[in-house]
Design a protein around this ligand. Structure first.
Ligand code: ZN
Ligand code: ZN
Length: 263
């Protein structure tokens, strides 16, 4: 880990050591934002000195990694333990020794997959530490600011990994916004969705939006396309972007009902 690397303090994206600009392309995109008082940077050394990664079990074979106190967008990563290799879903900008040892004790990582560019953070460092590939949709190539040969770009509507685990492109928020479906964690399948689907605080409504912080909706045709796509996917549990977004009761019905409101 190079401790001097630039990390955007607003979104957590890590830039290469030789990045000379003072702008974060993730925050400048109209799906994120630059704070009114300007771009702020931090680095790995500062981050690791005053934050830690909290590990929480969501259910057997499924764990949440969350930075405490909250940093960046407040995103979480989810660690899936699977028979033929574990997978990290989404990425957080801090990789401390506790989480590294936890992953190693549980069999390491066979791969990483990330829902969309708001989670790319320091994926290169995670991939290097665990010597594993990162599966990203090729449509988001331009948002990779700190590339590595370990990125495996996939195209089309999805890709099957191992143990029946698959990445499914949903689109909407980003062209390549995807979800991870794990068939073995619940009867009909478990979905990890990042903010491809956004579960409300009441746990009674989902949204799909172009930008959540800037409150920019999607065209109605996109919402309808997403609704048709969701209809074809089996699942009975869903885990989203924030720590509270865990739903085990009729998530598909709720998501379909939420998307039916737009007519
Ligand atoms: Zn940023
Ligand atoms: Zn996002």
């Amino acid at each position: 880990m190079n401790e001097l690397s630039k990390i955007c303090a607003t979104c957590g994206t890590k830039y290469p050591n030789d990045y000379k600009e003072n702008n974060c392309i993730i925050c400048e995109d109209d799906r994120q934002y630059v704070p009114l008082d300007g771009q702020k940077w931090t680095n790995s050394k500062t981050l690791i000195s005053n934050h830690k990664v909290e590990i929480k079990q969501l259910k057997p074979h499924l764990y949440e990694f969350l930075i405490k106190p909250t940093f960046g967008i407040g995103q979480r990563a989810i660690f899936v333990v699977s028979d033929n290799g574990n997978i990290l879903w989404d990425c957080i900008p801090l990789l401390d020794s506790e989480v590294r040892n936890f992953i190693i004790q549980n069999g390491g990582l066979k791969g990483m997959a990330i829902s969309h560019p708001h989670y790319y953070s320091n994926m290169k460092e995670w991939s290097k530490t665990f010597n594993c590939p990162i599966y990203l949709p090729e449509t988001e190539k331009d948002f990779v600011v700190n590339g590595t040969n370990e990125i495996h770009y996939w195209s089309g509507e999805g890709i099957e990994l191992w143990d029946g685990i698959e990445l499914i492109r949903i689109g909407g928020h980003f062209l390549g916004s995807s979800i991870l479906r794990i068939p073995t964690l619940s009867e009909k399948g478990t979905i990890l969705c990042g903010d491809t689907f956004y579960l409300s605080l009441s746990l009674k409504h989902f949204s799909v939006m172009y930008s959540y912080p800037n409150i920019i909706p999607l065209p109605i045709a996109e919402v309808e396309r997403i609704r048709d796509k969701v209809k074809e996917i089996d699942f009975d549990e869903i885990y989203g972007f924030w720590s509270y977004q865990n739903l085990k009761e009729d998530p598909k019905q709720l998501l379909m009902e939420s998307l039916e409101r737009y007519k």
